[in-house]
Write a protein that binds this ligand. Structure first.
Ligand SMILES: Cc1cc2nc3c(=O)[nH]c(=O)nc-3n(C[C@H](O)[C@H](O)[C@H](O)COP(=O)(O)OP(=O)(O)OC[C@H]3O[C@@H](n4cnc5c(N)ncnc54)[C@H](O)[C@@H]3O)c2cc1C
Ligand SMILES: NC(=O)C1=CN([C@@H]2O[C@H](COP(=O)(O)OP(=O)(O)OC[C@H]3O[C@@H](n4cnc5c(N)ncnc54)[C@H](OP(=O)(O)O)[C@@H]3O)[C@@H](O)[C@H]2O)C=CC1
Length: 500
């Protein structure tokens, strides 16, 4: 090892997801002739396309999976290394990849994403969905399934409940209402008819698929060189980049019973036990008669006393940052959620090591209107800002926290409704010191405004409300809205004109 050749770069970024790619692109534009490297474990990188700044903080874009050659052609000073990082020695500023090669860096940014946090590990009947491989595995098993059970009440569960057809879907959630990570009970009530509707009856705007089929795993290593760039490929690993908006557009989520779809929501319950019929021999279940509950490969017992059989279970129960195992042996401070702690300049606790995207936890003092959520938008913003910080530090220039961290904003789609979330959209951390204004037209729109001390601090906009820009301005300028009272949501008042 001591005599082994070490290839050294000014900056190295680990991870070919949206955070890593945005970070390396930012660095490449700031240092067009310095040696830079992107090390990633998956066969593709994620590229932002069709980027649109909708308003001061709201942004929309599509994401496309691309071969690493795309960036290679764009940035001649960039080296792509397709191999998983196995170890990091932050003291000596060195990394070792799975293929045994050593790389040195002056500045390093870790963008290794996250992985599904399954509610039970190592159970062959419990799947998580994260990257293209896991989505394909899900699709394959779904095609033979008559009944699946979804555990979790966040983004992935909401998408599956909308998209899956051709089987029964039982959705077991801990909460009183659906979609707890994004919505309150009012918005959930607005969306409930969509849960029950048959997908085919809904208008489904089809976009072109942005995800490709992964190359077959287990291939041999190969290196290809183009000009000064080279892309080194070693044995594929199981780390792919996260899926994201419209991941299901390119794949058919169809169960075994074409034309059939039934969704049953089990509220306020948690999983007590998972068992197969053969488990019952050693550990019988009281009052359970398999003949009456049918014959399924796996059963799930909920703590509300109900037991369901199914073909498999999806654990859509959140993510855990990908810090294991290559960061061990260093002195990284980790946050309670397992993320790498970063300060307001995206620095970890190890010198010259930065982090961005799902792997990190923002530990600076947040603006009162921003919170971290592991989302595509934040991965892009953090990657971009981390690249700027690294460059500023190399050049000994000052840098201030970017404006995008002033206000939380997210545009997405659930049940084919446009959804915009702003600021403290669920009154997070406000305790009882807030007031809500709500306007709702069934099947059309749901508008909720969160006010604190007469000032707007958050909003949920579902449907084509056209209110996002005006509300964003009202949140940012913290105008006292007390004189307007409920007129704020009066549908007969053109609010945009009102505050012009
Ligand atoms: C099914 C699904 C749907 C989603 N939908 C949305 C959505 O609609 N809107 C939204 O905003 N967000 C969505 N998200 C969340 C969003 O995809 C993530 O927050 C975002 O992609 C995170 O980007 P990242 O670059 O931090 O991590 P990742 O995309 O996970 O990238 C991590 C990269 O690190 C690499 N890597 C990991 N370990 C190593 C290692 N040891 N060595 C080298 N490389 C390594 C991986 O190969 C990968 O390239 C969704 C997520 C999922 C799973
Ligand atoms: N359109 C979008 O913006 C989308 C975004 N995503 C993102 O992708 C990532 C992964 O999505 P997802 O897995 O849905 O994660 P989310 O964090 O969105 O949701 C996880 C859900 O699982 C619940 N949960 C956690 N542990 C358990 C448990 N042991 N038993 C039962 N329920 C549990 C959580 O409840 P609690 O909160 O009470 O812990 C929460 O409702 C997230 O970062 C998400 O934001 C995914 C799809 C779409």
């Amino acid at each position: 090892m001591e005599n082994q050749k070490v290839e050294t770069f000014k900056c190295v970024v680990v991870g070919g997801g949206i955070a890593g790619v945005t970070c390396i692109e930012q660095l490449a534009s700031q240092f067009p002739s310095a040696d830079l490297a992107l090390i990633t474990a998956g066969p593709h990188i994620k590229a932002v396309i069709n980027y649109k700044q909708v308003s001061r903080t709201l942004e929309e874009f599509d994401v496309e999976e691309r071969p690493c050659t795309v960036l290679e052609e764009k940035y001649p000073n960039l080296t792509f290394i397709k191999s998983a990082v196995k170890t990091l020695d932050a003291k000596s500023h060195r990394l070792e990849t799975a293929d045994g090669k050593l790389y040195g860096y002056e500045k390093l940014c870790i963008c290794s994403g996250a992985r599904p946090k399954l509610f039970i590990e190592d159970n062959p009947y419990v799947l998580g969905i994260r990257d293209t491989d896991s989505a394909q595995n899900f699709q394959k098993r779904l095609s033979k399934a008559k009944r699946i059970i979804v555990i979790g009440n966040g983004g992935i569960a909401l998408e599956l409940v909308n998209e899956v057809e051709g089987c029964d879907l039982i959705w077991a959630i801990k909460d009183k209402a659906i979609g707890n990570t994004f919505f309150d009970a009012g918005a959930a009530q607005f969306l409930i008819p969509s849960v029950e509707a048959h997908k085919a009856q809904k208008p489904v705007p089809r976009k072109r698929p942005h995800y490709t089929v992964e190359e077959a795993a287990g291939g041999t290593s190969h290196t290809f060189t183009a000009g000064k760039n080279h892309c080194q490929t070693s044995t594929p690993t199981d780390h792919g980049s996260a899926l994201g908006p419209d991941w299901h557009e390119g794949i058919v989520l169809q169960g075994a019973e074409r034309g059939h779809r039934k969704v049953l929501v089990e509220y306020e319950c948690e999983v007590e036990r998972i068992f197969t019929p053969s488990d019952l021999v050693s550990s019988p279940e009281k009052n359970l008669n398999l003949e009456t509950v049918g014959s399924w490969p796996v059963y799930i017992k909920l703590n509300n006393g109900k037991t369901y059989g199914c073909d498999f279970i999806v654990s859509a129960t959140g993510v855990e940052p990908n810090t294991h195992p290559f960061l061990h042996g260093n002195n990284f401070a980790l946050a309670d959620d397992g993320g790498l702690q970063v300060d307001d300049q995206m620095r970890t606790s190890e010198s010259d090591v930065y982090a961005a995207g799902d792997v990190c936890t923002a530990c600076w003092k947040h603006s009162p209107l921003w919170q971290q959520m592991r989302l595509w938008t934040q991965a892009r913003q953090m990657g971009w800002y981390a690249g700027r910080c690294m460059a500023a530090h190399v050049l000994s220039e000052p840098i201030e926290l970017d404006f995008c961290f002033e206000l939380f904003s997210h545009i997405t789609k659930f049940f084919n409704y446009k959804v915009v979330l702003l600021g403290k959209f669920n009154a997070q951390g406000l305790g009882p010191n807030h007031e809500l204004l709500v306007r709702c037209t069934k099947g059309q729109e749901y508008v909720k405004v969160v006010l604190s001390g007469g000032r707007m601090v958050g909003a949920v906009l579902i449907g084509e409300t056209d209110l996002e820009e005006t509300f964003e301005n009202l949140i940012l300028n913290q105008m006292d809205l007390t004189p307007y009272g409920e007129d704020l949501l009066n549908p007969n008042i053109d609010i945009e004109d009102y505050f012009d």
